[in-house]
Design a protein around this ligand. Structure first.
Ligand SMILES: C[S@@+](CC[C@H](N)C(=O)[O-])C[C@H]1O[C@@H](n2cnc3c(N)ncnc32)[C@H](O)[C@@H]1O
Length: 194
């Protein structure tokens, strides 16, 4: 028996929810690792919408897709994930966010609670029943604990009739290791509920 580590469990959750031909979202493209994984999951008839506010991340993600000959399966958008509903109009099968900063880039450019929550609300509205949103929460940087607490506060308030909210976290690891928050949509949420 080996408990899946955070990054492996993220992939397991996404692959259980997203099927070939469906639409997936990467809320934080970064170096494109998750976008590439999603592009493989959705297959040739599906599509991935990937967001980042840094040109460097958009370029790195497009380059990674090109190297694997999968560029046509994804649209990489230079804009904040809080504008997802402007770009994605179809049902979403699954989404992933890696919170924090882009490794190797400016550590001041980080995800923020307010915009992360705006993105979650938009995706929850468009998520299929049985679809999943996986957040990998890194919080060791400046502003990280504020974002972590804001996101936990928001997801903890979601009605259990509509969304199952999971936290997956190793409690005895040192140095602020990342943990997972996963949201599984069970039933369409009334707009006024968030
Ligand atoms: C931890 S990194 C993502 C790592 C990425 N998943 C990978 O596989 O390399 C977080 C990314 O979120 C981006 N970001 C910050 N605020 C954002 C926002 N409002 N919308 C979209 N991306 C944002 C940063 O530019 C950074 O590239």
């Amino acid at each position: 028996m080996k408990l899946e580590r955070v990054l492996q469990y993220t992939k397991t959750l996404l692959s259980l929810s997203i099927e070939k031909g469906e639409v997936a979202v990467d809320g934080t493209a970064g170096n494109g690792h998750d976008t590439l994984f999603l592009a493989e999951l959705v297959g040739e008839n599906g599509h991935v919408y990937s967001f980042d506010i840094q040109q460097q991340a958009v370029d790195a993600t497009e380059q990674k897709l090109k190297e694997h000959d999968l560029l046509s399966r994804a649209t990489v958008i230079l804009d904040g994930h809080e504008h997802i509903s402007k770009y994605v109009h179809s049902e979403i099968a699954g989404a992933v966010f890696n919170l924090g900063y882009l490794p190797g880039a400016n550590h001041q450019i980080v995800t923020r609670g307010n915009t992360t929550i705006q993105a979650l609300k938009q995706i929850l509205t468009q998520l299929k029943i049985g679809g999943i949103i996986v957040l990998v929460v890194y919080y060791g940087h400046d502003g990280g604990t504020e974002e972590r607490d804001a996101v936990i506060d928001f997801v903890s308030g979601l009605s259990q009739k509509h969304v199952h909210v999971l936290q997956y976290k190793f409690l005895n690891q040192k140095n602020n290791p990342p943990f997972i928050i996963a949201l599984e949509k069970i039933k369409q949420l009334p707009e006024e509920s968030y």
